[in-house]
Design a protein around this ligand. Structure first.
Ligand code: HEC
Length: 127
């Protein structure tokens, strides 16, 4: 019996692992294997302009809304020697960054409505 159970257990574990792997492989966006940049419209511009002085990791590890990314670009232009980008190039780079490296939405669920909660014994006494 113990033998049979462990065999079934192993099959279930393998099935779960395969499901997990395929979910991972198909879940995230496709990445450029060299830079790790998300393969989306404009990524080659980002590779060309944004991996010259530092690793693409500095880009992929950061998050920001469009304006935040623009501030980072201005800061590098003002202090780090980033060259001027023509308006079209900058727009396409910002489109790419804002679309693929935006701040993550919060993972916190919404609070439960009060009618679904049990009475709270520690609630402050009503005046
Ligand atoms: C001329 C060189 C140069 C180029 C080109 C360049 N950067 Fe930078 N960048 C820097 C330097 C220098 C730093 C500071 C590195 C450090 O803190 O070690 C930096 C830092 C950053 C940071 C981290 C900022 C922070 O607040 O920590 C991000 C994000 C970044 N760069 C994105 C970009 C993007 C996007 C581009 C393309 C538009 C780009 N970089 C192109 C020089 C450059």
């Amino acid at each position: 019996m113990a033998r049979a159970r462990s065999w079934v257990g192993r099959v279930l574990l393998i099935a779960a692992a395969v499901a997990g792997l395929t979910a991972n492989a198909s879940g995230g966006p496709e990445l450029d294997p060299d830079t790790g940049l998300v393969l989306d419209a404009g990524w080659e511009l980002v590779r060309a302009h944004c991996t010259v002085c530092h690793s693409a990791r500095l880009v992929t590890q950061n998050r920001g809304q469009r304006q935040t990314w623009q501030h980072m670009i201005r800061w590098m232009q003002a202090t780090q020697g980033l060259w001027p980008l023509d308006a079209d190039t900058e727009t396409r780079i910002l489109d790419y960054l804002a679309a693929n490296y935006a701040p993550a939405a919060s993972g916190r669920r919404q609070p439960l409505p009060p009618e679904l909660l049990p009475p709270n014994p520690y609630a402050p006494a009503k005046p």
